[in-house]
Write a protein that binds this ligand. Structure first.
Ligand SMILES: Cc1cc2nc3c(=O)[nH]c(=O)nc-3n(C[C@H](O)[C@H](O)[C@H](O)COP(=O)(O)OP(=O)(O)OC[C@H]3O[C@@H](n4cnc5c(N)ncnc54)[C@H](O)[C@@H]3O)c2cc1C
Length: 288
């Protein structure tokens, strides 16, 4: 007979740990299943240079702020240290290596079957990560590209790319940060943007980029973009006309202009709307 608990939590990333802490405070019994051998496994796998893109005041888990000694944008190794200490504060003991395979209804309970154990629970919280699995877009012709093609989830640092032409596809937080890392690591880096992107300072009048992104009306701070980064056309990108995209009801993405400034203008090339890839794509872009 499977053991019984109030709540089964699937995943010991930040979300699963936060839920565990709240359940502990509420005095409920729970089990945390984790398929990896350590907690916050996704943060262990992320690239070396990664810092939180959100300010630490908005990024901590319930009840425990990041330590005052941590920088405003917390580096990956300190995020991991924080999560480990958080787990130990609340005596969270995930069942490592116990990947959940089946969750099914069993009378009034749920039956959760993991690789190593089974549990009956009144409630299940799925915290297995919305972006835990890399999604590789299908780009026609990519199979003919004879050099290496990797997903950012496989990127560790710039070392293997030094002295080479590299095209980064996408200029969200990850694309911009990886491109900067590559530039500084000696790769000749190009970046491809599907659409316009706002390029603004990470910090503006003491408000971070992430503070501004949470506000729907972003027009005022973005006026500053015209002053701080007037060079869109020089790089082949364009500035979105609005902060908010009415059609998709989503905000236009914004990235820190530190990326462009620090990478050195000469080594940064915008490439609009990559539709096709072939052997020469990176080289051609670089020669624009
Ligand atoms: C490069 C990068 C940078 C980011 N930067 C930020 C940032 O600055 N600020 C921010 O707020 N967010 C950021 N994010 C978003 C990020 O997803 C979150 O920070 C956070 O890791 C999500 O936590 P999570 O617990 O939901 O998922 P995850 O961290 O993915 O954790 C899910 C856990 O569930 C486990 N799991 C999965 N399936 C099973 C199963 N079947 N059984 C048992 N266990 C399972 C996994 O092994 C994993 O440990 C970033 C993401 C990436 C990829």
């Amino acid at each position: 007979m499977a053991e019984h608990t109030d709540v089964a939590v699937i995943g010991a990333g930040p979300a699963g740990l936060a839920v565990g802490a709240c359940l502990r405070k509420a005095g409920l019994n729970f089990v945390i299943f984790e398929r990896a051998q350590k907690l916050a496994s996704s943060w262990h796998r992320h690239y070396e240079r990664l810092h939180l893109h959100t300010v630490k005041q908005l990024s901590s888990l319930p009840y425990v702020p990041f330590p005052a000694t941590y920088p405003r944008y917390v580096p990956k190794n300190l995020v991991i240290a924080y999560l480990e200490s958080y787990a130990s504060n609340f005596d969270l003991q995930p069942r490592f290596g116990d990947a959940v395979r089946i969750v099914r209804r069993d009378g009034n309970d749920w039956l959760i079957e993991g690789a190593l154990s089974s549990v009956r629970a009144r409630h299940v919280v799925i915290a297995s990560g919305f972006n835990a699995e890399p999604v590789m877009p299908s780009i026609p012709g990519i199979e003919k590209f004879r050099s290496k093609v990797i997903h950012s989830a496989q990127y560790v640092n710039a070392e293997p790319f030094a002295g080479q032409d590299v095209l980064v596809i996408g200029m969200g937080n990850t694309g911009a940060e990886v491109a900067l890392d590559l530039c500084e690591g000696g790769a000749r880096t190009s970046i491809s943007l599907r659409d316009g992107v706002h390029i603004v300072p990470r910090e503006l009048l003491r408000h971070s980029d992430s503070d501004r992104r949470n506000a729907r009306d972003q027009s005022a701070p973005f006026a500053v973009e015209r002053k701080t980064f007037p060079g869109h056309s020089r790089f082949g990108s364009r500035r979105p006309l609005e902060a908010w995209d009415q059609a998709t009801e989503r905000r236009h993405f914004a990235t820190g202009c530190e990326f462009v400034q620090n990478s050195g203008h000469r080594r940064w090339h915008g490439a609009k709307n990559l539709r096709r890839s072939d052997q020469d794509t990176a080289g051609n872009l670089h020669n624009r």
